[in-house]
Ligand binder design. Structure first.
Ligand SMILES: [Zn+2]
Length: 305
């Protein structure tokens, strides 16, 4: 399926009317995009008189467009994405085009709520693993277990894709995209509108995988976020209705907008906690009036802003 671009050039594809001897206007009847049709109608309104065949053309073009128009209007998060590209796995917005700080409302009455895609034990966290960046969270499951959509949205990708195996990627109305990989079966197709909690596939071990599990990613404009920063994988719920997505020299990170304290967990280091909140180790230490030689005790709370 082709990519739909919001700002398709208006004039490039419009055929110039060619005057015939009998003074009728001939067009090459081809599909016009929504924007092109708007441009065409607009140009007709500037005329003193509109010919009948031009009105017929508007009707004709509209009938061709009907389906695509609905798709264009229904595509989630048009403020954040210019493209709804079903061919590309991800289009990554260059970091210098990201805002330093972006408040993103992720659940609300109009956006809908969060649904935990698969309850289960986390077998691998987000972050560096064996010299490679693990861009998601692995959740243990049995082959055939239901995997469900996290938020309301529209399926952008649903196919077999390299190491992901059978993968579904959903664009959400809140601006996030979620990825569900290694599925044994895909139950949706690109363009499908899905609601939070809707079945999108069955768990499996396809692609680069050593056993049945769900590889779950949350991305913003193509950039992977650590879902554990704003989703509890033990309580299976989202921690806040809105998150802050921060971009600076320490990378891109996301955390609940109301976060003030961080509870130290097993395996944490000063560096990792600082990175989670887009800070240097030094900044985090000074915020807490200590230095990095200080021993981190599990359960103890650190100020993070
Ligand atoms: Zn994984």
């Amino acid at each position: 399926m082709k990519a739909i671009h919001k700002s398709d050039s208006l004039s490039n594809n419009i055929d110039k009317p060619t005057k015939k001897n009998d003074d009728t206007v001939a067009y090459n009847h081809k599909n016009l995009s929504y924007d092109e049709l708007t441009f065409f109608i607009d140009s007709l309104l500037d005329l003193d008189t509109i010919r009948l065949n031009e009105i017929e053309l508007v009707t004709y073009y509209s009938s061709l467009l009907k389906k695509e128009t609905i798709r264009l209007e229904g595509i989630p998060a048009p403020d954040f994405y210019e493209l709804f590209d079903e061919a590309a796995v991800f289009t990554i917005t260059p970091e210098n085009e990201l805002l330093e700080e972006q408040l993103l409302v992720v659940t609300s009455d109009s956006l809908g709520s969060y649904f935990h895609p698969k309850e289960g034990i986390v077998t691998s966290k987000f972050g560096w693993r064996d010299k490679r960046m693990h861009k998601g969270i692995d959740i243990n499951l049995n082959k055939g277990d239901a995997v469900k959509a996290a938020f309301n949205g529209m399926v952008r990708v649903a196919r077999k894709q390299g190491g992901y195996g059978n993968v579904v990627i959903v664009r959400h109305y809140n601006g996030l995209e979620t990825v569900y990989a290694h599925l044994s079966k895909i139950k949706v197709k690109p363009g499908d509108v899905v609601t939070a909690g809707q079945l999108i596939g069955l768990g499996g071990s396809t692609g680069h995988s050593s056993g049945p599990h769900l590889h779950f990613e949350v991305r913003f404009k193509g950039h992977p976020l650590n879902p554990a920063n704003f989703i509890s994988f033990t309580e299976n719920k989202i921690e806040a209705d809105s998150i802050i997505i921060k971009h600076n020299k320490y990378g891109v990170c996301a955390y609940p907008s109301n976060a003030t304290l961080y509870s130290i967990q097993k395996g944490d280091s000063w560096f990792e906690i600082a990175k989670r909140y887009g800070m240097s180790t030094k900044q985090l230490c000074s915020l807490n009036g200590t230095d990095k030689r200080y021993y981190l005790r599990v359960g103890q709370k650190l100020r993070i802003n």
